[in-house]
Design a protein around this ligand. Structure first.
Ligand code: SAH
Ligand code: MG
Length: 209
């Protein structure tokens, strides 16, 4: 995004704990959402009057906590497969006493029995293993409310997805191709209207047609 807009999209007043989480994520190379992406999510929460938010890929619960603090009526369900991340997230959630509104599941999102979630979500945020997005999308779409939105993150994958430069590493090339395939699958999905946005690391917002 243009530097000028990036600046305008900065979130000015953040909770001191959020600032600390952000610093720690940056220092430990944990890929949390950036301010622009978060501004978009806040806006979508307002537009949809979201009550239930599902996140696939919690990491340290940076987005989950931001969402819960943004709107005191929101319930966040979030899924994280990595035990260490899960424990870190749980600790952060406890520190802010948000246990009653953020439910974290230490599970692989592709194995979790969706019956345990037992609700319809206004926003489903996909931000986990980049090669599996179509699987996440197809598995969780039955939990999307009628006017609900899917938000997918990192669809540009550090700019590698849009570049036609040759990628040396085979595994990286394969990952980039999978993201490209997902992007065109999503763009051509007849059930959803999708907009791809040059925000953060590339985000898409999809709504049922
Ligand atoms: N949404 C977070 C950042 C998530 S980073 C934020 O913005 O703050 C991606 C996370 O997804 C990592 O912690 C990784 O362990 C987790 N993840 C990857 N694949 C997963 C899967 N299949 N199920 C659950 N979590 C997964
Ligand atoms: Mg992300």
């Amino acid at each position: 995004m243009k530097e000028y807009f990036r600046h305008l999209n900065k979130i000015n007043e953040q909770h001191p704990f959020i600032k600390k989480m952000k610093e720690s994520a940056i220092n430990n190379n944990i890929p949390i959402i950036n301010d622009e992406g978060l501004s978009l999510i806040f806006q979508l929460i307002k537009i949809t009057r979201a009550n239930y938010f599902l996140e696939i890929g919690t990491a340290i619960a940076y987005t989950a906590i931001n969402v819960a603090l943004y709107d005191e009526n929101i319930i966040v369900d979030t899924i994280e497969r990595d035990k260490k991340m899960y424990l870190n997230a749980l600790e952060n959630i406890k520190q802010l006493s948000l246990n009653d509104r953020i439910n974290i599941y230490n599970h692989d999102a592709l194995d979790l029995d969706i019956k345990v979630l037992n609700k319809k979500y206004d926003i489903i945020f996909i931000d986990a293993a980049k090669a599996q997005y179509q699987k996440f999308f197809e598995k969780y779409e039955s939990l999307l409310s009628d006017r609900g939105l899917f938000v997918c993150d990192n669809l540009l994958f550090h700019g590698l997805v849009e570049s036609d430069e040759e990628i040396k590493s085979r595994s990286l090339r394969s990952l980039v191709n999978k993201i490209r395939n997902f992007n065109s699958w999503l763009a051509n999905n007849k059930k959803y209207q999708t907009v791809f946005l040059n925000i953060g690391d590339g985000m898409a917002v999809s709504i049922k047609k």
